[in-house]
Design a protein around this ligand. Structure first.
Ligand code: RB5
Length: 146
């Protein structure tokens, strides 16, 4: 799967670890930065990555900052983006099955690498269930289109 990954300075270490894990799993990874722990404004990477996920059908994004909150707020401003902030496996699975999330946001200051890897694996492997969930998402799409 094509996976776009990005972080700010506060998510840099976890982004590097998840990138390595994604490559190990055989995904096609594109790194949107950052490439150091120099302070960096999270919207600058979140919006760029989210726009590309929205454009490239079938791609997914992973955004990491200190809490994941700023990344998810910014990414969700982009039309067509359904960014889910998940720090547990149950929510990660549901965000795919029920919400068809196309971006996963996490916070390096919130969870450890082991849990983050499990969340990523489940999130990438879970399919959208459609049906009633699709109807609900359509209501958001209609609102976005206005
Ligand atoms: C940076 O200090 C921090 O505010 C940022 O990484 C993120 O947690 C914002 O939501």
């Amino acid at each position: 799967m094509k996976v776009l990954i990005g972080s700010d300075h506060a998510g840099f270490q976890l982004k590097e670890d998840i990138k390595e894990y994604l490559m190990l799993l055989g995904h096609d990874v594109e790194d949107y930065g950052v490439f150091s722990e120099e302070p960096f404004d999270y919207p600058d990477v979140a919006l760029r990555l989210a726009e590309d996920v929205a454009k490239r059908k079938g791609s997914r994004g992973i955004l990491i900052c200190g809490t994941g909150v700023g990344m998810s707020i910014a990414a969700n401003k982009v039309r067509g983006i359904r960014a889910a902030l998940c720090h547990d496996v149950f929510s990660a699975r549901a965000s795919r099955a029920h919400n068809n999330a196309n971006i996963l946001a996490m916070g390096e200051r919130v969870i450890g690498k082991g849990l983050a890897r499990e969340i990523v694996k489940v999130w990438l492997e879970t399919d959208f269930q459609g049906e009633r969930h699709a109807r609900r998402l359509e209501k958001i799409e209609v609102y976005e289109g206005q």
